[in-house]
Design a binder for this molecule. Structure first.
Ligand code: FAD
Ligand code: NAP
Length: 493
């Protein structure tokens, strides 16, 4: 014990003297960093922190299984995106990294416990809360669900497995025009071989029997303000083989959009707009003769009310208010905010509404400073404002926007801030030995909380793949936390 303390002190003095690297190395690393959350941010932050050979990282995850939205968000038919799991597994296999699953920060363990046990804590627990429309009927009408729950349901998030969803209706509306909305739409359009992916079998069966024939994707702004990416939009339009419409149909001609005007846009925005423009002008002889679901991108339509069927309580219709651009030139501006056209309401009859308007972070401790605009933690390059040994990265730091590659950048930026703070001696208590997991273990033991290690996850992973193989699919996920913990306990006994 004394020996370890002596080592800690000597190493940190070494670090400060040398400024950027330690004067000697030892097998007992002593800068202990806790990461909370094992999504891309958790793993990419860890990856970069390991550049300092004296850093040990413990990753805490509330679920028994790792990888966050890579497992529970990325669509089942986009298997190639999930290959980042191989990189994360490589990080987890480092002998300076430990994974502790089934540990929920905020309930099982408090933030101050971690801050006391570690030299630094990095919060990477994502954006697990829905944004709301705040309109009548939103929380009271049956079959009005959030994209987060819908995605969680088909991807096997334990708390979403029992979602009550009814696809026994003719028309569905997805509110919001970002990539999550496209994911939800694509799953409802049933991409080829969906049953062979890692989609949960219970969801697959219900989607297979879906009676939806018409699907609206509704935006409050115009076609030049959508958040979709071109690749995802093209994939969806292609999937439904010509049964795509744009509403209002005249939207492009109303604003006299021509190729000359489009040239002024950024390349990315131009490609996206050309795709929509071509879709809107494509002459389809008789859309209704085609099989499949009719897909309608509806613009300048702000949801204002959800009406229930009085008898069943199920959603009966969505009322939207027509919007317009105050000035014609705003049509071409990505930041334009159209205004309401009073008295111009439209009622869309539908039996299912999926709200896909983004996410925000849960604040697990009242000392955390909130960036209300982003729905994230206030921070500067990952340093949480008002704290010295607390950092954040990923969606918790940036707000719920951006793809995995963007999360890599934000995570590496945060890790660099920590490495710089270590090298400058700015991290408090660097001269104190921190006990890390041994302290947290006492708390977990006192509450009889079983911990899942990375090897336990590998066992769960193997069993899921085997179950999947038997069903002719890549994986069948366990959707009960209890079941996953049983596997871990069985192995130990
Ligand atoms: P998350 O991935 O959300 O990870 C947070 C982790 O923290 C989770 O494991 C969670 O369980 C854990 N956690 C939460 N609370 C606690 C707590 N209290 N204690 C301990 N642990 C906790 N990007 C792409 O590049 N391609 C795609 O195809 C793609 N598809 C997406 C589909 C959906 C539906 C969504 C929502 C996003 C998608 N993204 C995609 C974006 C990508 O998922 C994010 O950029 C990335 O996951 C953000 O990483 P993160 O680590 O910040 O958050
Ligand atoms: P997003 O891209 O921010 O889109 C949210 C949508 O909701 C926008 O169209 C927004 O419109 C709309 N919206 C917000 N508040 C609204 C309100 N009150 N009323 C009506 N509409 C409202 O978010 P997301 O789709 O949740 O995606 C999150 C991130 O994950 C994105 O960066 C996305 O690219 C990424 N992701 C990527 C993939 C992929 O690469 N395949 C898949 C899924 C997700 P306004 O613009 O008018 O606010």
């Amino acid at each position: 014990m004394l020996f370890t303390k002596y080592l800690c002190v000597t190493k940190h003095i070494g670090s400060l003297l040398n400024n950027s690297s330690y004067l000697y190395s030892t097998s007992s690393s002593s800068i202990k960093i806790a990461i909370v959350g094992s999504g891309p941010a958790g793993f990419y932050t860890t990856q970069k922190l390991l550049k300092n050979p004296d850093v040990d990282v413990d990753i805490y995850e509330k679920l028994p299984v790792p990888f966050g939205l890579v497992r529970y968000g990325v669509a089942p038919d986009h298997a190639e995106v999930k290959n980042v799991i191989n990189t994360f597994t490589g990080v987890a296999n480092s002998d300076r990294v430990n994974f502790y699953g089934n540990v929920n920060l905020g309930t099982t363990v408090a933030m101050e416990d971690l801050m006391e046990a570690y030299h630094a804590v990095v919060l990477c627990y994502g954006s697990a809360q829905d944004k709301f429309l705040d309109i009548e009927g939103e929380s009271t009408t049956k079959n009005t669900i959030s994209a987060r729950n819908f995605v969680g349901w088909y991807n096997g998030v334990p708390e979403d497995k029992d979602l009550k969803i009814n696809l026994d209706c003719d028309t569905a509306c997805i509110i919001g025009q970002g990539n999550v909305a496209l994911d939800c739409a694509r799953i409802l359009l049933k991409p080829a071989n969906l049953e062979k992916t890692d989609i949960t079998s219970y969801a697959q069966k219900i989607i297979d029997k879906s009676k939806i024939r018409r699907l609206y994707i509704i935006g409050r702004r115009g076609p030049l303000q959508i958040s979709f990416s071109t690749k995802e939009l093209r994939e969806l339009i292609k999937l439904n083989e010509g049964r795509t419409r744009i509403e209002p149909e005249e939207i492009f001609t109303d604003y006299e959009v021509n190729l000359l005007k489009l040239k002024k846009l950024t390349r990315q925005r131009r490609r996206l707009t050309e795709l929509l423009l071509n879709t809107s002008t494509a002459t389809i002889k008789d859309r209704n003769q085609l099989d499949g679901i009719e897909l309608i991108f509806k613009f300048l339509s702000k949801p204002i009310k959800i009406k229930p069927d009085e008898r069943t309580g199920n959603v009966k219709s969505l009322v939207v208010q027509r919007m317009k651009f105050e000035e014609e030139k705003e049509f071409m501006s990505e930041t334009a905010k159209p205004i309401e056209m009073t008295n111009e309401l439209e009622t869309i009859d539908c039996g299912l509404i999926i709200r896909s308007i983004g996410f925000k972070a849960v604040m697990i401790d009242k000392s955390l400073p909130i960036d209300h605009r982003l729905g994230a933690i206030l921070n500067t390059n990952g340093r949480v404002q008002g704290h010295r040994n607390l950092y954040c990265s990923g969606w918790l730091a940036t707000g719920a926007s951006g793809v995995i590659a963007g999360t890599l950048n934000s995570s590496h930026l945060t890790a660099q801030s920590i490495l710089d703070d270590i090298n400058r001696g700015d991290l408090p208590n660097l001269n104190r030995c921190k006990k890390g997991f041994s302290i947290i273990k006492q708390i977990l033991d006192s509450k009889s909380v079983p911990v899942v290690h990375f090897n336990d996850w590998l066992r769960i992973d193997e069993l899921e793949r085997k179950l999947g193989q038997a069903l002719g699919k890549t994986r069948e996920k366990f959707v009960d936390v209890e079941k996953m913990l049983e596997i871990v306990v069985d192995k130990e006994s």
